[in-house]
Structures are given as structure tokens and as C-alpha cells.
Design a protein around this ligand. Structure first.
Ligand code: CP
Length: 306
């Protein structure tokens, strides 16, 4: 059984719950190769509320619920809701919860509002990304993919590169790797976009260092986790323009190294990861996105007590 009712932060999920979800996701992946639907949640309703744009998280949760047999109701575009008429976030959550979903999956842009919503709702609530804060289900997907590709979640050296200041996957993945032994992270970013102290101060076990040149650390990495420079979170667009081309991973760049890490990315990508990498055997990001369905099925199953 998972140790939390609401999934708000990767910090809150116990190591044994993470291991349970990884193991269940693995079984579900095999089962789903043979069946269209598991039919274990036919009387359940999963409500997805995405108040910030999403492709992967929204669709993978909706597919995950459908593959379990649950009905999926979606809040729809914010522009078509009464938020446009000035309805508060709190009242919106009260209404969503009041109709009786079995789980609410929420994405929105304000750090801390996932917790606020969970405190209002009686249904379990899953944080599908709260601003630049956290994205715990992405981190579960990330460690599932790392385990699938390397055979382990311990004893890894992971380079996390790009916009570490604004990227919510960075904090959640760090907290997830912190739960296991002998993991190291190298945070690769220009000083302006380096990992936040509020993230590193919460690490208890994970060894970490910082670098500004990816080429200097490539040979020691098991995983290179590339992230997008998050244009939408910059207050100064000139600063975004100055930093946006800081790192570019291309086939040409990767071919310089004899020992190559697997390449991961939470996606979407813009221009930090060139499409000529896609056909390389190290490119795992589309597989990572597909794995999101199995991991979210395992999580929904646990959160709904199935
Ligand atoms: N990785 C991720 O969260 O992608 P979306 O924003 O498309 O959901």
C-alpha cells in the first residue's frame, strides 16, 4: 500500500512505496502487452484538471485511467470554465471534488496550490505539476525508465542539465534519487539557472556537485537528463534569449564520447535536444514518456486502494 493519500511531493512518498509502484508498473506493462484493458477500476471516476498546458501528463493519466477501466472526466480548457468569470481556485476545487471523483489529478501554476487543493478535497489528489515546484509522477516515471534501462536505481551518476532553477522535474527527480544508496547527481547549468538551495537543502543522502560544461562530465555519467529552458517562467524575456542556447545535445556532440550515458528528457523539448539524436540507441525519452502510462496506472491503482 502507498504511504500517502495525496501525492503532492516526491519527498512524501516512502522508498517502499516507490519500490511498490515500480514493481507494479513493470507487471502492468507486461499485462498490457496482452490485454487492451485491465478492468479493475470499472466503477471508478478519475477527474483530470489541467489549468496549465500539458500533453504527456494529461494524456498519460487519461490513458492510464482508461486502461484500468475507469471513466475519465476532464475539466476542459480554463477559458471554457467559470474561472473566466472570476471563480476562485478554492471554489473550483470544491466543485470538482463535490461531484464525487475517486481521484483528482491537478496541474496548475502556483507553487503550494496542489497542497492547498488536497486540503480542500476529500478525494485523493495527485499533483501533476505545481509551477516550478514539483512533478512527483514524472520522477516516478524517470526512475522507472532508469531502472528499465540500467537495471538499477542505486549506484548511479546522473547529470541533470538545463534550466534547473525553474524545472519542477529537477527537484522531484533529485528527491527520488535521494531515497536510494550511492547515487550522485551533477547539476549542469549556467550559474543563473543552477539548482535552487531550497532543493539541495532537502537532500539527505544524494551526493551532488555542480558543473557548467557538460563535456567535462560526460564520460562519468550513467544518465544525462536534459531539460528545457522554461521560457514561460522567466520574468525577463531578454534573459531567456541570452540563456536559451546554453546547451545543445546533438548526435555530433554525443559521438565525441566513447562511453555514452542514456539520454533522457521529460519533454517537451525545444532546441536543447536535436532530433538527430532520436535514432541513437542511447535516446530513451520517447520510451520514458510511454512509461508514464504504466507508472501512472500503478499509482492510480494504489491511490484508489485497488
Ligand atoms: N513531462 C511533462 O510534464 O510533459 P507535459 O507538460 O506535456 O505534461
Amino acid at each position: 500500500m502507498i504511504n500517502v493519500k495525496d501525492v503532492i511531493s516526491a519527498l512524501d512518498i516512502s522508498r517502499s512505496s516507490v519500490e511498490l509502484i515500480l514493481s507494479e508498473a513493470d507487471s502492468i506493462k507486461k499485462e498490457l502487452a496482452e490485454k487492451r484493458c485491465l478492468h479493475i477500476a470499472d466503477d471508478k471516476i478519475v477527474m483530470t484538471v489541467f489549468l496549465e498546458p500539458s500533453t504527456r501528463t494529461r494524456l498519460s493519466f487519461q490513458y492510464a485511467a482508461a486502461y484500468l477501466g475507469a471513466k475519465v472526466l476532464d475539466f476542459g480548457a480554463t477559458e471554457m470554465s467559470s474561472i473566466q468569470k472570476g471563480e476562485t481556485f478554492e471554489d473550483t476545487i470544491r466543485m470538482v471534488d463535490g461531484y464525487g471523483p475517486d481521484v483528482i489529478v491537478l496541474r496548475q501554476s502556483v507553487q503550494g496550490n496542489a497542497k492547498k487543493a488536497a486540503d480542500i478535497a476529500s478525494a485523493p489528489l495527485i499533483n501533476a505539476g505545481d509551477g516550478a515546484n514539483e512533478h512527483p509522477t514524472q520522477a516516478l516515471t524517470d526512475v522507472f525508465t532508469i531502472k528499465q534501462e540500467t537495471g538499477r536505481v542505486s549506484g548511479l551518476t546522473v547529470g541533470i542539465m538545463g534550466d534547473l532553477k525553474h524545472g519542477r522535474t529537477v527537484s522531484s527527480l533529485s528527491y527520488m534519487l535521494d531515497k536510494f544508496e550511492d547515487n550522485s547527481v551533477i547539476y549542469i547549468a549556467p550559474e543563473e539557472l543552477q539548482v535552487k538551495e531550497e532543493v539541495t537543502s532537502k537532500l539527505t543522502n544524494l551526493k551532488y556537485s555542480k558543473a557548467d560544461m557538460v563535456e567535462n562530465v560526460m564520460e562519468g555519467l550513467d544518465v544525462l537528463y536534459v531539460t528545457r529552458i522554461q521560457k514561460e517562467r522567466f520574468t525577463d524575456q531578454n534573459e531567456y534569449e541570452r540563456l536559451k542556447g546554453s546547451y545543445v545535445i546533438s548526435r555530433n556532440f554525443l559521438q565525441k564520447f566513447k562511453r555514452k550515458p542514456i539520454i533522457m528528457h521529460p519533454l517537451p523539448r525545444v532546441d536543447e535536444l536535436i532530433s538527430d539524436v532520436d535514432s541513437m540507441k542511447e535516446a530513451k525519452y520517447f520510451e520514458q514518456a510511454r512509461n508514464g502510462v504504466y507508472v501512472r496506472m500503478a499509482l492510480l491503482k494504489e491511490v484508489m486502494g485497488l
